[in-house]
Ligand binder design. Structure first.
Ligand SMILES: NC(=O)c1ccc[n+]([C@@H]2O[C@H](COP(=O)([O-])OP(=O)(O)OC[C@H]3O[C@@H](n4cnc5c(N)ncnc54)[C@H](OP(=O)(O)O)[C@@H]3O)[C@@H](O)[C@H]2O)c1
Length: 289
């Protein structure tokens, strides 16, 4: 038996396909022969995907993970389109959607943090629950989580990384719980990837610095400036999102997928830090920042 599976029109549902990693992955998997259900929140993004004229790419809209009422309609759309194409079940659910902002915890927007937790944790679990009957219909279904490489404390991005810590727990637990049905839960751990999110979050930070209470913002101004300067070199070396798409594809076609894939600038260094005892990792990060 071959080590790989032929895509052969099998269904894949991806969240957050308007840009970046989600968009690149949706296009790549469709071109490789999967039927890709590309979740987006806005009709304009669905139209942009439709305009690509890729027959295997099926935009699904709205798929907003902070609005759980969307989910039954999404599953109905997937079921109907798969039936129309003579296919049953989903090979994979790819949990990619995410946002988050840059801020010290003291100044973090609680509304923004709450939306991130709702989307990446509550919404993602709701989608897993809704899709599991479809994933069980395929021998070797899988849930793929796009996440950061390491569960290490990184200043100013706690709204994103706190979710990654929790996603790490959910993904690994799910893999054990779903073993009886041969549904794997796989993390694709991305280092620096070149997507619109980096510039957008820097712009938002500049805006936040104007809006935060003056005396509190002043406490962090110099540290944030130094951090921003250090990120310029990092940003220049980010990996194109198409590389993530290739890795996701490998995780989908492997008959026995690994549970962790790593891709992108500095992903290896972060994973190395993660492998250290926590007090040592904390000490290194305290020296770095
Ligand atoms: N870029 C990196 O270096 C990097 C590294 C490690 C991990 N990641 C992770 O990779 C994922 C994709 O990020 P990206 O860099 O490709 O950023 P991106 O280009 O900004 O894409 C984020 C996608 O998520 C969608 N989204 C945000 N909140 C959502 C919600 N509540 N419900 C549904 N969709 C939502 C966005 O939709 P809208 O356009 O409608 O906002 C967009 O399609 C994120 O989870 C991120 O944490 C990125």
């Amino acid at each position: 038996m071959s080590d790989t599976i032929q895509p052969n029109g099998e269904g894949v549902l991806i969240t957050g396909c308007s840009s970046g990693i989600g968009r690149a992955t949706a296009i790549h998997l469709a071109q490789r022969g999967f039927t890709v259900f590309a979740g987006v929140r806005k009709q304009v993004d669905a139209a942009a995907l439709r305009n690509l004229g890729e027959p295997n790419l099926v935009p699904v809209c709205p798929l907003d993970l902070v609005d759980l009422e969307n989910i039954p309609a999404v599953v109905d759309t997937v079921n109907e389109e798969l039936a129309r194409r003579g296919r049953v079940g989903l090979r994979a659910l790819i949990q990619n959607a995410g946002g988050g902002s840059i801020a010290p915890i003291e100044l973090m927007s609680l509304a923004g943090f709450s939306a991130e937790v709702e989307a990446r944790l509550v919404g993602s679990v709701a989608l897993v629950q809704a899709c599991l009957p479809l994933l069980r219909k395929v021998d070797g279904g899988r849930v793929v989580w796009i996440t950061t490489p390491a569960i290490i404390p990184t200043p100013y991005v706690a709204s994103i990384h706190a979710c990654d810590f929790a996603v790490n727990c959910i993904a690994r637990t799910l893999d054990i719980e779903l073993k009886p049905w041969n549904v794997a839960s796989v993390m694709v751990r991305c280092g620096g990837i070149r997507t619109p999110s980096a510039d957008r979050s820097m712009d938002e930070l500049a805006k936040s610095l104007q809006e935060w209470p003056r005396e509190r913002a002043a406490l962090y101004e110099q540290a944030l400036q130094e951090w921003r300067d250090s990120m310029a070199g990092f940003d220049a070396r980010r990996t194109p999102p198409e590389k993530v798409a290739e890795v996701v594809c490998r995780a989908l076609v492997a008959r026995s997928p690994k549970r962790r894939y790593s891709v992108g600038y500095m992903a290896g260094a972060a994973a190395f830090l993660e492998a250290l005892p926590q007090p040592l990792a904390d000490a290194i990060l305290r020296m770095r920042f």
